[in-house]
Design a protein around this ligand. Sequence first.
Ligand code: PBG
Length: 326
Amino acid sequence: MAAFPQYRARRLRGSKLLRRIVRETHVTADDLIYPLFVTHADTAPITSMPGINRFSVDDLCREVEHIASLGIPGIILFGIPEEKDEVGSAGYAEDGIVPQAFRALKKAVGDSVLLMADVCMCEYTSHGHCGIIEGKDICNDRTLELLARASCVYAEAGADVLAPSDMMDGRVAAIRQELDVAGFADRPIMAYSAKYASGFYGPFREAADSAPQFGDRRTYQMDPPNRREALKEVALDVEEGADIIMVKPALPYLDIIRDVRESFDLPVAAYNVSGEYSMVKAAGANGWIDEDRVIAETLTSIKRAGADIILTYHAKEFVEKRLAEQ
Ligand code: PBG
Protein backbone atom coordinates (compact mmCIF):
# COMPACT_ATOMS: atom_id res chain seq x y z
CA MET A 1 0.00 0.00 0.00
CA ALA A 2 1.27 3.44 -0.90
CA ALA A 3 2.05 5.77 1.96
CA PHE A 4 1.53 9.52 2.33
CA PRO A 5 1.78 11.66 0.21
CA GLN A 6 0.85 9.17 -2.60
CA TYR A 7 -1.91 7.78 -0.46
CA ARG A 8 -4.29 10.21 1.17
CA ALA A 9 -7.08 8.63 3.22
CA ARG A 10 -9.07 11.87 3.06
CA ARG A 11 -9.49 11.55 -0.73
CA LEU A 12 -12.32 9.03 -0.35
CA ARG A 13 -14.09 11.15 2.24
CA GLY A 14 -14.27 14.22 0.03
CA SER A 15 -17.96 14.07 -0.90
CA LYS A 16 -21.19 12.48 0.13
CA LEU A 17 -21.19 10.28 -2.99
CA LEU A 18 -17.63 9.10 -2.44
CA ARG A 19 -18.44 8.27 1.16
CA ARG A 20 -21.51 6.40 -0.03
CA ILE A 21 -19.68 4.14 -2.46
CA VAL A 22 -17.02 3.12 0.06
CA ARG A 23 -19.38 2.65 3.01
CA GLU A 24 -18.88 -0.81 4.56
CA THR A 25 -21.96 -1.18 6.76
CA HIS A 26 -25.60 -0.43 5.98
CA VAL A 27 -28.50 -0.70 8.40
CA THR A 28 -31.84 -1.26 6.71
CA ALA A 29 -35.36 -2.12 7.87
CA ASP A 30 -34.49 -5.77 7.13
CA ASP A 31 -32.10 -5.84 10.09
CA LEU A 32 -34.60 -4.72 12.70
CA ILE A 33 -37.09 -6.24 15.13
CA TYR A 34 -39.43 -3.96 17.09
CA PRO A 35 -40.23 -4.86 20.73
CA LEU A 36 -43.80 -4.16 21.88
CA PHE A 37 -45.71 -4.37 25.17
CA VAL A 38 -49.31 -5.55 25.42
CA THR A 39 -51.72 -5.06 28.34
CA HIS A 40 -55.33 -5.85 29.32
CA ALA A 41 -55.75 -2.16 30.17
CA ASP A 42 -55.98 0.87 27.88
CA THR A 43 -52.98 2.00 25.89
CA ALA A 44 -50.67 4.17 28.00
CA PRO A 45 -47.18 5.62 27.56
CA ILE A 46 -44.21 4.21 29.46
CA THR A 47 -42.69 7.25 31.16
CA SER A 48 -39.17 5.87 31.40
CA MET A 49 -39.18 5.05 27.65
CA PRO A 50 -40.35 8.16 25.75
CA GLY A 51 -42.22 7.17 22.58
CA ILE A 52 -42.95 3.60 23.77
CA ASN A 53 -46.37 2.44 25.00
CA ARG A 54 -48.10 -0.45 26.62
CA PHE A 55 -50.78 -1.25 24.05
CA SER A 56 -54.28 -2.62 24.35
CA VAL A 57 -54.81 -5.54 21.97
CA ASP A 58 -56.75 -3.36 19.47
CA ASP A 59 -54.15 -0.60 19.42
CA LEU A 60 -51.39 -3.22 19.20
CA CYS A 61 -52.92 -4.59 16.02
CA ARG A 62 -52.96 -1.11 14.47
CA GLU A 63 -49.37 -0.49 15.54
CA VAL A 64 -48.16 -3.79 14.08
CA GLU A 65 -49.98 -3.07 10.79
CA HIS A 66 -47.98 0.15 10.67
CA ILE A 67 -44.73 -1.69 11.48
CA ALA A 68 -45.40 -4.15 8.64
CA SER A 69 -46.09 -1.26 6.25
CA LEU A 70 -42.66 0.19 7.10
CA GLY A 71 -41.04 -3.05 5.93
CA ILE A 72 -39.80 -4.05 9.39
CA PRO A 73 -39.82 -7.87 9.25
CA GLY A 74 -40.68 -8.70 12.86
CA ILE A 75 -41.92 -7.69 16.29
CA ILE A 76 -41.25 -9.27 19.67
CA LEU A 77 -44.03 -9.20 22.21
CA PHE A 78 -43.97 -8.78 26.00
CA GLY A 79 -47.14 -9.23 28.05
CA ILE A 80 -48.26 -7.46 31.20
CA PRO A 81 -50.78 -9.75 32.93
CA GLU A 82 -53.71 -8.64 35.12
CA GLU A 83 -52.59 -10.85 38.00
CA LYS A 84 -49.24 -12.24 39.03
CA ASP A 85 -48.65 -15.28 41.24
CA GLU A 86 -45.80 -17.36 42.66
CA VAL A 87 -45.65 -19.67 39.65
CA GLY A 88 -46.39 -17.17 36.89
CA SER A 89 -49.60 -18.93 35.74
CA ALA A 90 -50.67 -16.02 33.52
CA GLY A 91 -47.55 -16.65 31.44
CA TYR A 92 -48.75 -20.04 30.17
CA ALA A 93 -52.54 -19.64 30.40
CA GLU A 94 -54.20 -20.21 27.03
CA ASP A 95 -56.30 -17.08 27.47
CA GLY A 96 -53.36 -15.03 28.79
CA ILE A 97 -52.64 -11.61 27.33
CA VAL A 98 -49.88 -12.77 24.96
CA PRO A 99 -51.86 -15.64 23.32
CA GLN A 100 -54.85 -13.28 23.05
CA ALA A 101 -52.68 -10.73 21.33
CA PHE A 102 -51.12 -13.28 18.94
CA ARG A 103 -54.53 -14.56 17.85
CA ALA A 104 -55.71 -10.98 17.18
CA LEU A 105 -52.45 -10.13 15.40
CA LYS A 106 -52.63 -13.17 13.11
CA LYS A 107 -56.09 -11.98 12.04
CA ALA A 108 -54.94 -8.39 11.58
CA VAL A 109 -51.56 -8.83 9.88
CA GLY A 110 -51.48 -12.48 8.74
CA ASP A 111 -47.99 -13.46 7.71
CA SER A 112 -46.86 -9.95 6.72
CA VAL A 113 -44.64 -9.61 9.79
CA LEU A 114 -42.96 -12.19 12.06
CA LEU A 115 -44.54 -12.49 15.48
CA MET A 116 -41.92 -13.37 18.07
CA ALA A 117 -42.70 -14.31 21.66
CA ASP A 118 -40.39 -13.44 24.51
CA VAL A 119 -40.56 -16.49 26.77
CA CYS A 120 -39.89 -15.75 30.44
CA MET A 121 -41.53 -15.92 33.84
CA CYS A 122 -40.55 -12.54 35.30
CA GLU A 123 -43.48 -10.53 33.95
CA TYR A 124 -45.87 -13.09 35.46
CA THR A 125 -44.41 -13.99 38.85
CA SER A 126 -45.35 -12.02 41.99
CA HIS A 127 -41.69 -12.09 43.08
CA GLY A 128 -40.48 -10.87 39.67
CA HIS A 129 -37.87 -13.59 39.14
CA CYS A 130 -37.44 -15.47 35.85
CA GLY A 131 -38.11 -18.85 37.48
CA ILE A 132 -39.96 -20.74 40.18
CA ILE A 133 -38.79 -20.09 43.74
CA GLU A 134 -37.89 -22.81 46.21
CA GLY A 135 -36.78 -21.40 49.51
CA LYS A 136 -34.42 -18.65 48.44
CA ASP A 137 -33.39 -20.36 45.22
CA ILE A 138 -34.61 -19.87 41.68
CA CYS A 139 -35.31 -23.49 40.84
CA ASN A 140 -33.86 -24.24 37.44
CA ASP A 141 -35.32 -27.62 36.55
CA ARG A 142 -38.89 -26.98 37.64
CA THR A 143 -38.89 -23.76 35.61
CA LEU A 144 -38.01 -25.58 32.38
CA GLU A 145 -41.33 -27.35 32.23
CA LEU A 146 -43.24 -24.07 32.54
CA LEU A 147 -41.13 -22.32 29.91
CA ALA A 148 -41.77 -25.21 27.54
CA ARG A 149 -45.49 -25.05 28.26
CA ALA A 150 -45.60 -21.29 27.65
CA SER A 151 -43.74 -21.77 24.35
CA CYS A 152 -46.33 -24.27 23.11
CA VAL A 153 -49.22 -22.02 24.16
CA TYR A 154 -47.66 -19.09 22.26
CA ALA A 155 -46.92 -21.26 19.21
CA GLU A 156 -50.51 -22.52 19.20
CA ALA A 157 -51.74 -18.90 19.35
CA GLY A 158 -49.63 -17.93 16.33
CA ALA A 159 -46.10 -17.10 17.49
CA ASP A 160 -43.70 -17.63 14.57
CA VAL A 161 -40.51 -17.55 16.69
CA LEU A 162 -39.97 -18.42 20.37
CA ALA A 163 -37.38 -16.37 22.24
CA PRO A 164 -36.49 -17.63 25.73
CA SER A 165 -34.92 -14.84 27.84
CA ASP A 166 -34.84 -16.48 31.27
CA MET A 167 -31.26 -17.86 31.34
CA MET A 168 -32.20 -21.16 33.02
CA ASP A 169 -29.83 -23.99 32.06
CA GLY A 170 -31.28 -26.46 29.57
CA ARG A 171 -34.24 -24.37 28.50
CA VAL A 172 -33.55 -24.44 24.77
CA ALA A 173 -33.55 -28.27 24.73
CA ALA A 174 -36.67 -28.41 26.91
CA ILE A 175 -38.54 -25.95 24.68
CA ARG A 176 -37.38 -27.62 21.44
CA GLN A 177 -38.54 -31.01 22.64
CA GLU A 178 -42.01 -29.82 23.70
CA LEU A 179 -42.50 -27.79 20.52
CA ASP A 180 -41.62 -30.83 18.40
CA VAL A 181 -43.95 -33.13 20.34
CA ALA A 182 -46.78 -30.58 20.05
CA GLY A 183 -46.40 -30.36 16.27
CA PHE A 184 -44.40 -27.14 16.08
CA ALA A 185 -41.15 -28.54 14.69
CA ASP A 186 -41.22 -25.68 12.15
CA ARG A 187 -40.94 -22.86 14.74
CA PRO A 188 -37.43 -21.47 15.25
CA ILE A 189 -35.96 -20.68 18.67
CA MET A 190 -34.12 -17.40 19.05
CA ALA A 191 -32.22 -17.90 22.32
CA TYR A 192 -31.12 -15.04 24.54
CA SER A 193 -27.85 -16.97 24.89
CA ALA A 194 -25.38 -14.48 26.33
CA LYS A 195 -27.67 -12.38 28.49
CA TYR A 196 -25.84 -10.34 31.09
CA ALA A 197 -27.07 -9.19 34.52
CA SER A 198 -27.24 -5.57 33.40
CA GLY A 199 -28.15 -2.21 34.85
CA PHE A 200 -29.37 -1.28 31.36
CA TYR A 201 -32.66 -3.17 31.86
CA GLY A 202 -33.90 -0.50 34.32
CA PRO A 203 -36.62 1.11 32.17
CA PHE A 204 -37.90 -2.29 30.94
CA ARG A 205 -38.61 -3.33 34.51
CA GLU A 206 -40.89 -0.31 34.87
CA ALA A 207 -42.45 -1.06 31.47
CA ALA A 208 -43.14 -4.72 32.27
CA ASP A 209 -43.57 -4.18 36.01
CA SER A 210 -41.07 -6.98 36.54
CA ALA A 211 -38.46 -5.72 39.02
CA PRO A 212 -37.43 -8.58 41.35
CA GLN A 213 -39.05 -8.18 44.77
CA PHE A 214 -35.97 -9.58 46.54
CA GLY A 215 -32.39 -10.19 45.49
CA ASP A 216 -31.36 -9.73 41.89
CA ARG A 217 -30.82 -11.77 38.73
CA ARG A 218 -27.11 -12.42 39.17
CA THR A 219 -27.55 -16.13 39.96
CA TYR A 220 -28.88 -16.80 36.47
CA GLN A 221 -27.89 -13.94 34.16
CA MET A 222 -24.22 -13.64 33.22
CA ASP A 223 -21.60 -11.66 35.10
CA PRO A 224 -20.71 -8.61 32.96
CA PRO A 225 -16.91 -9.03 33.09
CA ASN A 226 -17.01 -12.51 31.49
CA ARG A 227 -16.12 -13.01 27.86
CA ARG A 228 -15.10 -16.68 27.47
CA GLU A 229 -18.19 -17.71 29.39
CA ALA A 230 -20.39 -16.07 26.74
CA LEU A 231 -18.98 -18.40 24.09
CA LYS A 232 -19.68 -21.34 26.34
CA GLU A 233 -23.29 -20.22 26.92
CA VAL A 234 -23.80 -19.78 23.19
CA ALA A 235 -22.23 -23.19 22.41
CA LEU A 236 -24.62 -24.86 24.84
CA ASP A 237 -27.65 -23.20 23.25
CA VAL A 238 -26.45 -24.17 19.77
CA GLU A 239 -26.03 -27.78 20.93
CA GLU A 240 -29.52 -27.73 22.42
CA GLY A 241 -31.02 -26.61 19.12
CA ALA A 242 -31.11 -22.80 19.05
CA ASP A 243 -31.67 -21.43 15.53
CA ILE A 244 -30.66 -17.84 16.29
CA ILE A 245 -28.32 -16.83 19.11
CA MET A 246 -28.52 -13.52 20.92
CA VAL A 247 -26.25 -11.21 22.87
CA LYS A 248 -27.88 -8.79 25.29
CA PRO A 249 -27.47 -5.86 25.98
CA ALA A 250 -25.82 -4.65 22.76
CA LEU A 251 -23.71 -1.50 23.18
CA PRO A 252 -21.74 -2.44 26.31
CA TYR A 253 -21.15 -5.91 24.78
CA LEU A 254 -20.09 -5.17 21.19
CA ASP A 255 -16.94 -7.23 21.80
CA ILE A 256 -19.10 -10.22 22.70
CA ILE A 257 -21.21 -9.77 19.55
CA ARG A 258 -17.97 -9.82 17.53
CA ASP A 259 -16.68 -12.91 19.37
CA VAL A 260 -19.95 -14.78 18.84
CA ARG A 261 -20.05 -13.74 15.17
CA GLU A 262 -16.57 -15.15 14.62
CA SER A 263 -17.12 -18.38 16.53
CA PHE A 264 -20.52 -19.53 15.21
CA ASP A 265 -22.22 -19.74 11.84
CA LEU A 266 -25.77 -19.22 13.08
CA PRO A 267 -27.52 -15.87 12.68
CA VAL A 268 -26.58 -13.54 15.55
CA ALA A 269 -29.08 -11.19 17.15
CA ALA A 270 -28.30 -8.32 19.50
CA TYR A 271 -30.74 -6.58 21.85
CA ASN A 272 -30.35 -2.82 22.07
CA VAL A 273 -32.13 -2.71 25.45
CA SER A 274 -34.38 -0.24 27.24
CA GLY A 275 -31.61 1.60 29.12
CA GLU A 276 -29.60 2.10 25.93
CA TYR A 277 -32.76 3.52 24.33
CA SER A 278 -33.81 5.77 27.21
CA MET A 279 -30.35 7.32 27.62
CA VAL A 280 -30.40 8.42 23.98
CA LYS A 281 -33.96 9.75 24.33
CA ALA A 282 -33.13 11.67 27.51
CA ALA A 283 -29.97 13.25 26.10
CA GLY A 284 -31.83 14.03 22.86
CA ALA A 285 -34.72 15.70 24.71
CA ASN A 286 -32.20 17.87 26.57
CA GLY A 287 -30.50 18.91 23.36
CA TRP A 288 -27.21 17.36 24.50
CA ILE A 289 -26.88 15.14 21.44
CA ASP A 290 -28.25 15.04 17.89
CA GLU A 291 -30.65 12.19 18.54
CA ASP A 292 -31.19 10.96 14.95
CA ARG A 293 -27.48 10.89 14.33
CA VAL A 294 -26.78 8.98 17.53
CA ILE A 295 -29.52 6.44 16.75
CA ALA A 296 -28.06 5.76 13.29
CA GLU A 297 -24.54 5.51 14.72
CA THR A 298 -25.71 3.16 17.48
CA LEU A 299 -27.47 0.76 15.12
CA THR A 300 -24.54 0.87 12.71
CA SER A 301 -22.11 -0.03 15.50
CA ILE A 302 -24.17 -3.07 16.45
CA LYS A 303 -24.34 -4.25 12.86
CA ARG A 304 -20.63 -3.54 12.32
CA ALA A 305 -19.83 -5.62 15.42
CA GLY A 306 -21.44 -8.57 13.64
CA ALA A 307 -25.16 -8.67 14.43
CA ASP A 308 -27.49 -9.88 11.68
CA ILE A 309 -30.60 -8.96 13.62
CA ILE A 310 -31.06 -5.95 15.93
CA LEU A 311 -33.90 -5.82 18.42
CA THR A 312 -34.41 -2.13 19.12
CA TYR A 313 -37.03 0.31 20.39
CA HIS A 314 -35.60 2.74 17.80
CA ALA A 315 -36.75 0.54 14.89
CA LYS A 316 -39.93 2.44 14.06
CA GLU A 317 -38.52 5.98 14.26
CA PHE A 318 -35.34 4.94 12.44
CA VAL A 319 -37.23 3.51 9.45
CA GLU A 320 -39.82 6.31 9.42
CA LYS A 321 -37.06 8.91 9.21
CA ARG A 322 -35.18 6.97 6.53
CA LEU A 323 -38.33 6.77 4.40
CA ALA A 324 -39.07 10.49 4.92
CA GLU A 325 -35.54 11.35 3.69
CA GLN A 326 -36.02 9.48 0.40
C1 PBG B 1 -37.31 -10.84 30.51
C2 PBG B 1 -36.66 -9.81 29.70
C3 PBG B 1 -36.00 -8.64 30.11
C4 PBG B 1 -35.66 -7.97 28.94
C5 PBG B 1 -36.08 -8.74 27.87
N1 PBG B 1 -36.67 -9.88 28.36
C6 PBG B 1 -35.78 -8.09 31.46
C7 PBG B 1 -34.77 -8.65 32.38
O1 PBG B 1 -34.16 -9.68 32.14
O2 PBG B 1 -34.64 -8.05 33.43
C8 PBG B 1 -34.95 -6.64 28.90
C9 PBG B 1 -35.28 -5.80 27.74
C10 PBG B 1 -34.91 -4.37 27.86
O3 PBG B 1 -34.32 -3.89 28.86
O4 PBG B 1 -35.20 -3.67 26.90
N2 PBG B 1 -36.45 -11.67 31.20
